[in-house]
Design a protein around this ligand. Sequence first.
Ligand code: PLP
Length: 406
Amino acid sequence: MIRVNPNYSKIQANYLFAEIASRVKAHLGANPGADIIRLGIGDVTRALPRACVDALEKASREMGADSTFRGYGPDYGYDFLREAIAREDFASRGCDIAPDEIFVSDGAKCDTGNFQEIFDTAVRVAVPDPVYPVYVDSNVMAGRTGGATDGRYDGLVYLEGSAANGFVPDPPSEPADVAYLCFPNNPTGSVATREQLGRWVDWARESGAIILFDAAYEAFIRDDKIPHSIYEIPGARQVAVEFRSFSKTAGFTGTRCGYCVVPRDCRAFDSTGAEVPLQPLWKRRQSTKFNGVAYPVQRAAEAALSPEGKAQCKALIDGYLANARLVAETLEAKGYKCFGASNSPYVWFDCHADSWEFFDRALKLAGVVVTPGVGFGRAGAGHVRISAFNSRENVERALSRLAGIL
Ligand code: PLP
């Protein structure tokens, strides 16, 4: 008899977005035709940069002629893209990352979800709270946890974010073998300083652990003092893997391209305590289970790293950042404490209420959809996330409608 993976039954239903959708549906049922403004989503809304569209078109035409057609691409990405990434995303910031340490993928969700496969099922996993749910759910599916009680899985180490630590938790005092970090953070928008990341790298080096560093939002960093990459921290190469994405940088959420960096000297250990390099394991995993990203998409990603592409991406992100600042200024003027916004598309704030109660008021009285913070973890209770991924006009309309309930 075929049995299902029992770990799947431990997973808490994707309560957050399903619940948001059902409350919005009920509101629209009771108020047919109501004009809803969605500031809840983490998806971009502006069109692809021109440089990327031109590259997509050109590469698609190449695929249409026998002389330039390409079939399966290299497992880890075309050299033209790996070289552009090494030069533009790392060498330009003084990080020593070689093209063959970069593994092109169809996005950071897959990479952050899949990477845990190369670790022993018995490793102890530390996750932030609040958290991007993929880090948690992929480890639950892999059998690294018990069941959930009060929204927390037995066996995981939770790194609590709070106003006191600015939603940048310190390394755990209890043992952990792998820690997921995400800066700029989804959902809180917080960024980590060089000193804070330095403490994490020291922790990983001293405790034989690995940091899985999700930098999907690095392009939103405007403060020169904030590191964009974990590899700006000395000693990180041996203890950190980094995930990046073109989704929020270049509007690729529907186009799909990202990458992960696994330095040659990045290490884990076998059951005897001997050091094992991680890169060959990741290569083995990818060449077995992944067949590369479409050639036109890799050309479009390369174009995002060209001088024109970079200027166009910056303009896109500047627009979202201006929206985020407007949201934060409006909330702060009303006495709400905000996090994020300056180096992130997300504004996270203490809503002075239960997060779902605030959500309901925003929906019913203002027709605005926000995201209740508690949906990202217990430590998100009493907070709300507002996303700046929308047009300026919609953000302004939403804020004027919300004024009545703030
Ligand atoms: N990591 C974080 C923190 C995210 O918020 C998201 C998407 O919202 C992703 C990864 C997924 O990115 P991608 O579109 O590259 O799969």
